[in-house]
Design a protein around this ligand. Structure first.
Ligand code: MOS
Length: 753
């Protein structure tokens, strides 16, 4: 069932509900009633089940597999190993730009990390495949494992993140420090983190000749079709990805992974549909993660508390065979005004799966260090952390000198502080206690996130019955695209949202761009707007050419559209309904198609960011050292808000990621074996309701006339930035302890409280 069908079942008609209105999710009913179809819910006729056998060592070779034992298990159909893996049309060691990664697809018997797929067992049932995979009982030749940041030799990477420079120098950094009255220099550490989307990575692959249909959660459908096409030697248009709903993505579903390619290969080899669903533990390896970082922040400030130099050095983990570097130090580029800024990255190779983009990659880990360092600089200057930030935030992008496309950061600081009740905060730590004797601390951090635009396309059809069909291939991993995008279309077309049928989540639709980088609403939304304008232009042409139309001859005067009618721009009394225009022209519908890309001049002339400020209160048990976040208040400015209800929910989610980063998430690797010891949701900690009792997001009004024709920026990832540091700073304010290694733990503060 489509979200439209579900939303029309029981929801009352709303009035005035196009862009800007706080609609609830159109797909909400499907989700809460279990009728939303996720990839693994598909069971095509004749389907087989595939299960990967994964490596229990982190480095070495597979010497033997008991293939006979696995094959003789009832129900097992085939065992795929490097010995019999059918050829692929693309070398898996060669990355496919722009977001390509090297993948492990049984190309040889080497083991590069724990949990790497080393065989695939395909069977008639999931149970048989699981048992068959266990019967392989691999034997290994092991090599010493490089599991810690200290075990590698740092090197200079060519790039960080997705093609960002690894080193940026601005101004005279030595002169900046020479001019400083206060210099603070500290080291910060962030751990490896895993995406842990609720929905595991899954694929149901079906071949029909040289046409491939994939039911899979996917954040980047068009890119993936091209990549799968390359791997299997078929044109990209032969690959259909259906991805109507994602149970979370967090970046891990934007990239190809080995297990999925193996399942597709199995389907082709066995000429039957094949389903593969990774277990939770198997997701700690081949599907990306946030790499560990070590960061050194050196800040100089003059006697008035103005920054004179920022030096941010990050050492970031990558795998032994590929590079993705968390662009952590780049967090120091866009935010604080300093006459000299140096950011640089080094890389260390570990025996892990390759890191990848995860929930504000770089911005999260970098701001976790930067915002804590800013707090330490404020303390050195004897200044309140808010006052210090108000003195030092940049009015133009520091390194480039470009003006921001818009910037309501000051309002975020002021409104956030007011709502939180920041004034009256004692400067010194350990000054506040609650009625139960718990130590209370208040901290803050600045939030910032760039606004990318992904090339996107869309189609908009106006039908003679007054309804509209709008289409774009975007993915909704929970952010609300099923709701926000049709809101944009409804507004652009001038029809009521309930008249808009939205088709999305499949790759045969016009490319909706990447659902990532917090750029999906802006990218796909702009394409929908342009497609809507194209449809309206055709309608206007029909009306203007019709002697019987009240709009006859109005060609150059132009039109406006609202409530399903075209109006003469200069004479509002002249109007005609879409349905009437189509009926008189004998047309069933008109269809507009359009693409949306950002003109290079926009980013060349402006710095494009969303901004915010996050305030945190923590309470620390003086006997046990237990840390609780009792309040989070974030104020965010992200241009025009299409749906305040959904935007708020994105901010809350982002702030909870920040809480998670500050106090809970960490993948712990056994440094003797290179295996992750907490590869499950029992021991890999994430917040539950009791951990986040009060989280509030304030939406600060911001008009951005430059960013795009919609004025829309991104809201998805900014919440995590700022929050991590705010909590660390609040822990200091409560306890007097600066904990510079995340996540902050009881034992970090227990001895002093
Ligand atoms: Mo993301 S890490 O932009 O899905």
């Amino acid at each position: 069932m489509s979200p439209e069908a579900a939303s029309s079942l029981s929801q009352p008609r709303r009035f005035g509900s196009s862009a800007g209105q706080p609609l609830t999710r159109r797909d909400g009913l499907l989700k809460v009633t279990g009728r939303a179809t996720y990839a693994a819910d598909n069971h095509p006729e004749g389907m087989l089940y595939a299960v990967t056998t994964v490596s229990s060592i982190a480095r070495g070779k597979v010497k033997a597999l008991d293939i006979a034992a696995a094959k003789s298990h009832p129900g097992v159909v085939e065992v795929m190993t490097p010995a019999n893996r059918p050829p692929l049309a693309h070398d898996p060691e060669v990355k496919i730009p722009p977001f390509g990664f090297r993948v492990e697809v049984l190309q040889d018997n080497s083991v590069r990390y724990a949990n790497q797929p080393i065989a695939l067992v395909i069977a008639e049932t999931l149970e048989a495949a699981t048992e068959g995979a266990a019967l392989l009982r691999p034997q290994y030749e092991t090599e010493p494992v490089r599991a810690t940041m200290e075990s590698g030799v740092p090197f200079e990477p060519g790039a960080v993140g997705v093609g960002s420079p690894a080193r940026t120098v601005f101004g005279d950094i030595e002169a900046g420090f020479a001019a400083a009255s206060h210099i603070t220099e500290f080291d910060y550490a962030t751990p490896a983190q895993y995406h842990n989307a609720m929905e595991p990575h899954a694929v149901v692959a079906q071949w029909d000749g040289d046409r491939l249909t994939l039911d899979m959660p996917n954040q980047a459908m068009a890119l993936s079709c091209a990549s799968y096409g390359a791997f299997f030697g078929v044109p990209a248009e032969n690959v259909l990805i259906r991805s109507p709903f994602l149970g979370g993505g967090f970046g891990s579903k934007a990239i190809l992974n080995g297990p999925q390619i193996l399942a597709i290969l199995a389907a082709r080899m066995l000429k039957r549909p094949v389903k593969l669903v990774l277990t939770r533990a198997q997701m700690y390896g081949p599907v990306g993660h946030r790499g560990e970082t070590r960061q050194r922040l050196r800040l100089g400030a003059d006697a008035q508390g103005r920054l004179t130099a920022i030096s941010h050095h990050a050492v970031c983990a990558t795998s032994s065979f590929d590079e993705f570097l968390e662009p952590a130090a780049n967090a120091s580029l866009p935010l604080y005004a300093s006459p000299a800024i140096l950011v640089e990255h080094q890389a260390v190779r570990l025996d892990t799966g390759t890191p990848g983009p995860m929930r504000a990659p770089g911005e999260a880990s970098g701001s976790a260090a930067l915002e804590a360092a800013i707090d330490e600089a404020a303390e050195a200057c004897g200044m309140d952390p808010l006052e210090f930030r108000l003195v030092n935030y940049a009015e133009t992008e520091p390194v480039t000198g470009k003006p921001f496309s818009s910037k309501a950061l000051r309002e975020c600081y002021v409104e956030g502080a007011k709502r939180f009740g920041w004034s009256g905060r004692p400067l010194a730590p350990r000054r506040m206690r609650d009625d139960d004797g718990f130590l209370v601390g208040w901290g803050m951090g600045t939030a910032v996130f760039p606004c990318p635009h992904f090339p996107a396309a869309a189609r908009a059809t106006l039908r003679a019955d007054g309804t509209a069909l709008v289409e774009t291939a975007g993915a909704d991993m929970g952010q609300g695209a099923w709701t926000a995008l049709p809101q944009i279309a409804a507004e652009s077309l001038g029809v009521h949202i309930d008249q808009v049928e939205f088709r999305s989540g499949a790759s045969h639709l016009p490319d909706g761009g990447v659902a990532g980088g917090s750029g999906h609403t802006a990218s796909a939304g702009l394409a929908l707007r342009n497609a809507s304008e194209h449809a309206l232009a055709q309608l206007a042409e029909l009306a203007a050419a019709d002697p019987g139309s009240p709009l006859f001859g109005a060609g150059n005067a132009g039109f406006t559209s609202r409530d399903g009618r075209l109006h003469h721009r200069d004479d509002e009394s002249r109007s005609q309904s879409f349905a009437d225009i189509l009926a008189r022209a004998g047309r069933a519908e008109v269809t507009g198609s359009a693409k949306a890309a950002r003109h290079p001049s926009v980013a060349e002339s402006r710095a494009l960011y969303s901004h915010g400020a996050v305030f945190a209160e923590v309470k620390v048990d003086p006997d046990l050292g237990q840390i609780r976040v009792t309040r989070l208040v974030g104020a965010f400015a992200a241009g025009r808000i299409i749906n305040p209800h959904l935007a708020r929910s994105q901010y809350l989610g982002g702030m909870i990621w920040g809480l998670s980063f500050a106090l809970q998430e960490e993948a712990i690797t056994d440094c003797r074996t290179g295996r992750i010891m907490n590869a499950d949701l029992a021991e890999y900690h994430v917040p539950v309701n009791v951990d986040a009792p009060s989280v509030e997001a304030i939406l600060i009004h911001e008009d951005d006339p430059h960013i795009n024709a919609l004025g829309v920026k991104g809201v998805g990832e900014i919440g995590v930035t700022g929050t991590v540091g705010a909590i660390a700073n609040a822990v200091w304010h409560a306890t007097g302890v600066r904990v510079r290694r995340y996540p902050i733990r009881i034992e970090d503060v227990a001895m002093v409280v």
